[in-house]
Each structure stands twice: as C-alpha cells, then as structure tokens.
Design a protein around this ligand. Structure first.
Ligand SMILES: [Zn+2]
Length: 371
C-alpha cells in the first residue's frame, strides 16, 4: 500500500528539514519504506510503502531510539538555543500514538493553515525557521501599526524539523565568535530514495571532515555565504553528486547565517541558489576521471585568504563553462599564491607552496569541461 504525506507548508527551509527528518526515519535497514518524493512550490509529497500511519510513526520512533545520542549531540553542539528543548523533541518523536494522529493530518496538503503568526502552538526557533525572525515583518516606512507576533507551530512539526536539522543540515561554525552557516538542500521535481540513501551516507561518513577543514580555515568569516555554499558542494562525495544529477529535479541550496549569541541567534544572511548545472558538471568531471577534490588545498588556501573573486571565477566556470571565468580564476589565484609566497611568515609561505602544487591540476578541469 502507498500512503502519501504532504509536508505542512511552513516555509521552504522548514519543510525541507521536515522532509529529511521523515526520509531518514523511513529509509530504515530494508530501505523500502520510502518511495518517490516530489517537490512542488516549497512543499513536498512523500510516497510511503507502508500499511498505515501507525507504521510510519513506528519507523520514526525506532529511528530516534537508535540514534538518540547522535541527535542530541548534533542539536546541542552547534545550536545551543535548541539545547533546552531536546528532551521535548525526543519525547514527541517517540510518542507513537500522538505521532500517528499527527501524520494523519499530513494526508492532505495544508497542515500549516491552523498554525503560524499569532496562532496557538509553540514559538518556532530561528534555526528551524529563519523567516520567522522579527526583522522580516517590521517595515519602518509604514505608518500603520502592525503588532509583531511569533510564528507558532505544533510540537510534532517542531520536532520533525529538529530531527531534519540534526540529520541533514550541514552546519559550519566560524572561529573566534558565535556564528554558524546552516545549509539545507531543497529540490523541485521527483527524487527517488537512492538520493536520500547516498546523502545520509555522505553526511554520516565524510561531511564532518569537510566541515572541520572549513572551520580550520575560518571560511565562515572569510568568504560570503553564497561562495561557501558552492565550496561545500564542490567538496561533496561523487556518489551524492551523481545521484543528484540523475534525478528528474532542479536542485537548490538554502543557506542561513546565524550570528549573535548561541541562546539568542540572529539571522544575518540567507541565500537561495540553484545549483543544478553546478552539480551536473561536477558529476561529469568525475565521470571523466577528474577528481576535483584533489585541488582542495588550493581551495582552502583561497578561502582562508578571502579570495572570493578567484573562487567565484572557478565556480561560475564549472556552472556555465564560460572560459573567461576560468581565466579570472587562474589570474587571481596566481597573483594570490605569488603574494603569499613572499610572506615572511614561514607558515603562510608553506601554505602558498602547497596551494601552488595543486594549481597545475586545474588545467584538466578546464580541458574536460570544454571538450
Ligand atoms: Zn504542526
């Protein structure tokens, strides 16, 4: 039997978190409970191969029981504003009866109609819904009075979004101050469970290593969120990139920069970029046996120096194959390496020498993408 679940329609970011929260629970060991997922206009419809909503609630409960410690660690390490609520999330996700009733309300689109600003429920925190921030509904040019009210949702929506944040969001911290970039991956079109399997495998196996290197190079403070986001995808496993490029879907990256204090974060930036052609061409490079992660030392070097223009040149070239942007990348990179090679600090000099060793490999990227 196939059951359909529609995400509530709270916002693209929140619905995407909830989709991934449901998907990780439904993949399970046999990987057969999740069928096709379609994304339309910021919401998703999941087709689930189970007999009833109680079975779906059982899957969520089992997943959370099995991964409780990892979920707690993920939610408390990067985003301590959620720390106080973690027990409520776990309790809600493992209450099978309550979850079954909730899932039944997702059998038709529009669960969010009874939730929102000024409605009943719990105030949703910014890491789970950045557009709920106060600044978005304060317009000082208007004379009419509009009382800001919080965006409220039910505990089930809140907890599924938190599960998605723990399992699927890529969170990169800044050094020296409390700042974090959270990246989620929405899509429009049809996506099979294969993508979700590959993505969660990547998230579990190798994303932490990439995040550590970006932290070590202070990428959050040195380069804009838009550039940082593409850098993350460039460093993503080839299996994930291949599965994304094989789907009948348009891919996006939705990135949010939160700063301030951990227990009272503020949204300082939000970008939504389409990454379909970027992903497709990265995957094409792997098909042609060009391992782009071999130039990672060069990319981390450019990121640590804040060489935005060089990185943008490379990323735009990979997206649209415009050779002028590759020229921009090589010119800027060459001058950056030469500048830092002359630095009196031996560490800076060594870093530039290491980056220079990768530089020659970039030629292959251009040749393979243009042929
Ligand atoms: Zn709800």
């Amino acid at each position: 039997m196939v059951i359909k679940l529609y995400t509530p329609g709270h916002s693209l970011y929140t619905d995407t978190l909830m989709l991934y929260g449901l998907a990780c629970s439904l993949l399970g060991e046999d990987k057969k409970a999740l069928n096709n997922v379609s994304g339309i206009g910021g919401s998703y419809c999941l087709e689930v191969n189970l007999n009833n909503y109680g079975d779906i609630a059982d899957h969520i409960c089992d997943f959370v029981d099995d991964h409780e410690n990892a979920i707690k660690t993920a939610l408390s390490s990067n985003l301590t504003s959620l720390r106080d609520r973690i027990d409520v999330f776990i309790q809600t996700l493992t209450d099978v009866n309550e979850m079954t009733n909730y899932l039944q309300t997702l059998s038709i689109p529009g669960h969010s109609r009874n939730e929102g600003r000024g409605k009943h429920g719990t105030t949703i925190p910014l890491p789970l819904m950045p557009v709920a921030g106060k600044y978005l509904h304060k317009d000082l040019t208007l004379t009419s009075k509009f009382t800001p009210s919080s965006y409220n949702v039910c505990n089930n929506c809140l907890s599924l979004a938190a599960l998605g944040l723990a399992e699927a969001a890529i969170s990169i911290r800044a050094r020296g101050q409390w700042s974090v970039v959270i990246i989620v991956i929405p899509f429009e079109g049809n996506v099979s469970p294969l993508y979700f399997s590959e993505f969660f495998e990547f998230k579990f196996r190798s994303s932490e290593n990439i995040i550590k290197k970006l932290y070590a190079n202070d990428a959050v403070n040195q380069i804009p969120v838009k550039v940082l986001t593409r850098l993350v995808f460039l460093l993503t496993d080839k299996t994930v990139l291949r599965s994304m490029s094989e789907m009948q879907a348009k891919w996006y990256a939705l990135s949010v920069l939160l700063t301030g204090r951990a227990n009272a974060p503020q949204v300082r930036g939000m970008v939504d970029i389409e990454i379909s052609s970027f992903i497709r061409n990265l995957s094409l490079l792997y098909e042609k046996n060009v391992n782009i992660t071999e130039i990672d030392r060069l990319l981390f070097f450019l990121a640590s120096k804040g060489d935005v223009s060089a990185l943008e040149g490379l990323f735009t070239f990979i997206s649209n194959r415009d050779l002028r942007r590759f020229y921009q990348f090589t010119r800027e990179t060459y001058s950056s390496i030469e500048r830092w090679r002359k630095d009196p600090d031996p560490r800076e000099k060594a870093q530039a020498e290491n980056a220079a060793k990768c530089f020659s490999k970039c030629r292959n990227i251009a040749i393979e993408l243009l042929c």
